[in-house]
Write a protein that binds this ligand. Structure first.
Ligand SMILES: [Zn+2]
Length: 145
């Protein structure tokens, strides 16, 4: 399924996919954040760091959350670098359907390994089926990337 069609099918003003994660979606759970695999990845091992609280802007993040997210960023980037040459970090701060084309209001941080910024892979993302998504999440948990 194409990512944009998926988004159109699930998003309205009341539903938030990041507030509705199931246990099978989660690669790692911390006190204030989840780490998940991107549902519509740009590339292999594309991860997302999601605050447990539904916040939209970085300025809403509490200090204790900022401390934890800094640790997660450091650890996850280092782990990804064991398998990949480099990792881009993209913090999605802003509102859905605005100028930055953020697709989900809930603040999230992308960890994107080995993909040049602005490459053609940024368009036409494919939405993974539930089966494929959970298979890859299970695999990542074992690998602990
Ligand atoms: Zn949310």
């Amino acid at each position: 399924m194409e990512y944009n069609k998926y988004l159109a099918s699930i998003l309205d003003n009341t539903y938030c996919p990041f507030c509705s994660l199931s246990k099978n979606d989660i690669v790692e759970e911390r006190k204030y954040f989840y780490v998940i695999l991107a549902r519509a990845p740009y590339c292999e091992d594309h991860l997302l760091i999601i605050p447990k609280r539904h916040i939209i802007l970085l300025k809403e993040m509490r200090w204790r959350e900022k401390r934890e997210v800094q640790k997660i960023l450091q650890e996850r980037t280092e782990r990804l670098e064991t398998q990949h040459e480099g990792v881009s970090v993209l913090l999605r701060n802003g509102y859905r359907n605005g100028k930055i084309w953020k697709s989900v209001d809930h603040l999230h941080i992308h960890l994107i390994p080995d993909l040049p910024i602005g490459s053609e892979n940024w368009d036409g993302r494919i939405f993974l089926s539930n089966a494929e998504y959970h298979k890859q999440t299970k695999y990542l948990k074992k690998q602990y990337l």
